[in-house]
Design a protein around this ligand. Structure first.
Ligand code: PLP
Length: 393
């Protein structure tokens, strides 16, 4: 077979990420590549930093996009803030909390795990008990919006608890950033990481992070160097830092950063509050439509995160066949269950630019016909009609 260009299909992305990347962002990425130390690029770096500070709602000087996906943002927080022997309280209520434990163990930290059921939010009472039982813990880590389940935990209250027990916080905001309220400074978050491919609707592969002064102090007081050369913030700061003369650390993903900048501009133009409200609004329409099709959520309404909707697969329905059907007939991607919920749920993302009426209606039409094809008894067309009702209110 001869090699030829790769031309992907146009998909509608309603899984757990990546989300639809708007043409405006794709075009930005097609602009000319320049050097990573070009004065023009240095100016772009400053602009990206300011926009990230806006998005995170922080004045943190140490705010930058790590040149790797969300998982590397997680690792950046863990390897910089923790040293071998440090005790860290980690809340586990899904896949990404478990990954935090993996990070802690591999760097020689001592994790104290606060387990909650998958599909439930992090329990404040359990976290407070862990904090009071472990006065030597230095960090509390948790996932704000668990993408594996669709649960939103109370980040503000968790940070208040951590502060009360003099613990630093590491917050996973990969899915929450841009989709639900997030206020780094007001909530007292010490270290936070996100991703570009969820509610920012930029291309995957970059992880915005931010650290406050308390976190920076902990990093500066380390006794042993960060074992990851690439993620060591002391070194990265030589390139991304404000005051220091910019020096080569690694070659930044120049064109991907053009895309991130464009998506952050779009967020700024829309406004944070309006972006959060848009996610909540389309979630309401999707919820009404799914309910009318006879489908139910796995997560209680009190703690659902609007940008990730976990839907129970009805008895007798082939989970994977439905996803394959909507992909081939509607060019629509929805997500499968992760970990313990594999085969039992669909995860429907309404992230970033994917949170729009066209997508909600397409998704309901596609599920409607996939379910018809499998003989699931429901009232055809009811899903879209119910969503339209929400849109016309
Ligand atoms: C997607 C995601 C990650 C990992 O991000 P990648 O870019 O896939 O590495 C981490 N945490 C949460 C909550 C996520 O949704």
């Amino acid at each position: 077979m001869r090699n030829k260009q790769f031309i992907p299909a146009h998909r509608v992305l309603m899984g757990p990420g990546p989300s639809d990347v708007p043409v405006r962002v794709l075009h930005a990425m097609a602009r000319p590549t320049i050097g990573h130390l070009d004065p023009q690029f240095i100016e772009l770096m400053d602009r990206i930093k300011a926009l990230l500070q806006f998005g995170f709602q922080t004045k943190n000087e140490l705010t930058l996009p790590v040149s790797a996906p969300g998982s590397a943002g997680m690792e950046t927080c863990f390897v910089n803030l923790l040293e071998p022997g440090d005790k860290v309280i980690i809340c586990v209520n899904g896949v990404f909390g478990k990954r935090m434990v993996e990070n802690a163990v591999r760097l020689g930290a001592i994790p104290v795990i606060v387990d909650d059921e998958w599909g439930a939010p992090v329990s404040l009472a359990k976290v407070e008990a862990a904090l009071s039982d472990n006065p030597d813990a230095v960090v509390l880590a948790f996932v704000h919006a668990e993408t594996s389940t669709g649960v939103l935990s109370d980040a503000q209250a968790l940070c208040e608890l951590a502060a009360k027990y003099d613990c630093l916080t590491i917050v996973d905001a990969v899915t929450s950033f841009g989709g639900v309220e997030l206020d780094v400074d007001a909530w007292g978050i010490d270290a936070i990481y996100s991703g570009t491919q969820k509610c920012l609707s930029a291309a995957p592969g970059i992880s915005p992070v931010s650290f406050n002064e308390r976190a920076v102090k902990k990093i500066q007081q380390r006794k042993v160097p960060v074992q990851s050369w690439f993620l060591d913030l002391n070194l990265v700061m030589g390139y991304w830092g404000g005051n220091a003369k910019r020096a080569y650390h690694h070659t930044a993903p120049i064109n991907a950063l053009y895309g991130l900048h464009e998506s952050l501009l779009m967020l700024e133009e829309e406004g944070l509050q309006d972006a959060w409200e848009r996610h909540a609004f389309h979630h309401e329409a999707l919820k009404a439509g799914l309910g009318a099709l006879g489908l139910s959520f796995t997560v209680d309404a009190s703690c659902r995160t609007p940008q990730l909707n976990s839907i129970r697969v009805p008895d007798g329905i082939d989970e994977a066949a439905v996803r394959a059907f909507v992909l081939s007939r509607f060019s629509l991607e929805i997500g499968a269950g992760l970990g313990a919920s594999a085969g039992k749920v669909w995860r429907i993302g309404l992230m970033g630019q994917s949170a729009c009426k066209g997508n909600v209606v397409l998704c309901l039409e596609a599920l409607d016909s996939a379910l018809q094809q499998q003989g699931f008894s429901h009232s055809a067309g009811a899903g879209v009609a119910a969503a339209e009702l929400v849109y016309s209110e």
